[in-house]
Write a protein that binds this ligand. Structure first.
Ligand SMILES: Nc1ncnc2c1ncn2[C@@H]1O[C@H](COP(=O)(O)OP(=O)(O)OP(=O)(O)O)[C@@H](O)[C@H]1O
Length: 254
């Protein structure tokens, strides 16, 4: 059997905010070159966990290793091999997309061609546009492009498709899959179960700071079916979203 190599190992992670325990002893591994999903309700501790792995937030206890580097002692090394989405506030309003990418590339010391980065996310036509003039889907694609500037081994995407229409979401799923296929490991958080099912190679369900299930979407669904679960309503071969996509087409246009 093929053995998978862990690129992220989280061991007994605990995060307390004063008396409140937001993350209660999480342990999981993310394999090299997979799309790994952290799923769970609001407040489950997904963003906290992600930001601790990204070395942006301190942990209370536990051990995290990212590509052989410890978050405690080698945060600097970790920062160099990961791609993180910047907050929109970091996108200086007077700069256009090309200029923003040049700026970030300069900060990273990365030798990349800004137009090629925009082509990767299909925003070449918007090269001279300002960030605030983009649609929601375009903003997300630009934000994903910025995670790729330092040619990272791992990118982290926190709810990348929230607020997007079905076409924009599917386009983004294709983009994220292409990024994985090009050799990058992707860690994503989402509330959308259809997204997790379509996109993620493996998912962890987090509830109240604990992992309550972790497997491939297929295995989790099969386990439930084998336990005797049946949907109350017969599922049709298409749903309303399929109708929408069929009526309006699939092209990038948002
Ligand atoms: N800086 C903070 N100070 C105090 N409590 C915090 C802080 N950040 C997060 N929390 C609390 O920790 C818990 C987990 O928050 P977190 O943002 O990690 O959840 P999440 O799973 O990402 O939720 P969502 O899906 O809503 O983004 C929540 O109860 C939240 O209120």
């Amino acid at each position: 059997m093929e053995t998978k190599k862990a690129i992220i190992s989280v061991n007994n992670l605990v995060k307390k905010y004063d008396d409140f325990v937001a993350v209660q002893g999480l342990s999981f591994e993310v394999y090299e070159n997979e799309i790994f999903g952290l799923l769970g309700p609001n407040g489950a501790g997904k963003t906290t966990t992600l930001e601790i792995i990204e070395t942006l937030r301190d942990k209370t206890s536990g051990e995290i290793i990212v590509d052989g580097f410890s978050v405690d002692k080698q945060a600097h090394n970790i920062k160099q091999i990961i791609g993180v989405q910047l907050q929109a506030a970091g996108y200086y309003p007077n700069l256009n997309l090309i200029e923003l990418i040049e700026l970030f590339a300069g900060l990273y010391g990365a030798n990349i061609k800004p137009m090629e980065m925009l082509e990767k996310v299909n925003l070449q036509d918007k090269a001279k546009a300002k960030y605030k003039a983009l649609s929601g889907g375009q903003k997300q694609r630009f934000s994903i492009a910025t995670t790729l500037i330092n040619q990272p081994k791992i990118i982290f995407l926190d709810e990348p498709t929230t607020g997007l229409d079905p076409q924009a979401r599917r386009n983004l799923w294709d983009l994220i899959t292409e990024i994985r296929d090009a050799g990058t490991t992707v860690v994503i958080t989402t509330h959308y179960m259809d997204e997790a099912e379509q996109l993620c190679d493996r998912v962890a369900f987090v509830e109240r700071g604990q992992i309550i299930a972790l497997d491939t979407p297929d295995n989790l669904i099969d386990k439930l079916i084998n336990s005797g679960f049946e949907r109350k309503k017969e599922v049709k071969k298409a749903n309303l979203e399929d109708v929408f996509i069929n009526l309006t087409g699939q092209e990038w246009r948002e």
